[in-house]
Design a protein around this ligand. Structure first.
Ligand SMILES: [Zn+2]
Length: 151
C-alpha cells in the first residue's frame, strides 16, 4: 500500500473534522474474495463508506462521499495542531451494534442507504466466526450477534 498525505474533510451535518489517507496504490496479491463481496488481504486498505459522526452533539450516520472536502495535507503535517483533532475515518469502521442502530435512524429512510447498511451488516454476520477466532470482535458485538442468531 502506498499513501500520499491526507484529505481533511468535515461531517455533512456538523463541523467535525476527519482525516482520510489518500491511497495512491495497493494490490490484491494473496487477497481472499468472498461471495458476499468482502475482500481481505494484507495489502488492501481498510475501506469504509459509512461512518457515524464522533461528535456527541451530532452522532449522525453519513456516507463518506457526502463529506465536505476542506483541504489536502502532506503526511508530515498530520500532527499539525490545526488538524490533530481530526479523526481518522479508518478508525470509525462500524460494528454490528452500530449498523443495527443505523437501520432505525433517518439515515435509512433513503432506500440506497438502507441497502448499504444491510449489505455491511450481512458481511459482518458472515464473517463473525472468522473475526471471533482472530479475537477481533468486541464482547458486546459477540453477544449481539448471538442474540440475533438465536432470535
Ligand atoms: Zn457530525
Amino acid at each position: 500500500m502506498k499513501f500520499d498525505g491526507y484529505q481533511i474533510k468535515a461531517c455533512p451535518n456538523c463541523s467535525q473534522l476527519y482525516k482520510d489517507r489518500i491511497v495512491v496504490s495497493f494490490n490484491t496479491f494473496g487477497a481472499r474474495n468472498f461471495s458476499d463481496g468482502y475482500v481481505e488481504g494484507d495489502w488492501i486498505p481498510r475501506f469504509t463508506n459509512i461512518i457515524k459522526c464522533v461528535n456527541k452533539d451530532c452522532g449522525k450516520f453519513f456516507k463518506l462521499a457526502d463529506q465536505k472536502l476542506i483541504t489536502e495535507i502532506a503526511f508530515e503535517d498530520r500532527e499539525d495542531p490545526e488538524w490533530v483533532q481530526a479523526f481518522n475515518t479508518s478508525d470509525c469502521v462500524l460494528g454490528i451494534i452500530e449498523l443495527e442502530k443505523a437501520l432505525t435512524t433517518e439515515f435509512c429512510n433513503e432506500r440506497e442507504n438502507e441497502i448499504m447498511i444491510r449489505t455491511l451488516l450481512n458481511r459482518k454476520y458472515n464473517h463473525t466466526l472468522k473475526e471471533e477466532i482472530k479475537k477481533e470482535m468486541p464482547e458486546a458485538e459477540r453477544k449481539s450477534q448471538i442474540k440475533t442468531l438465536v432470535a
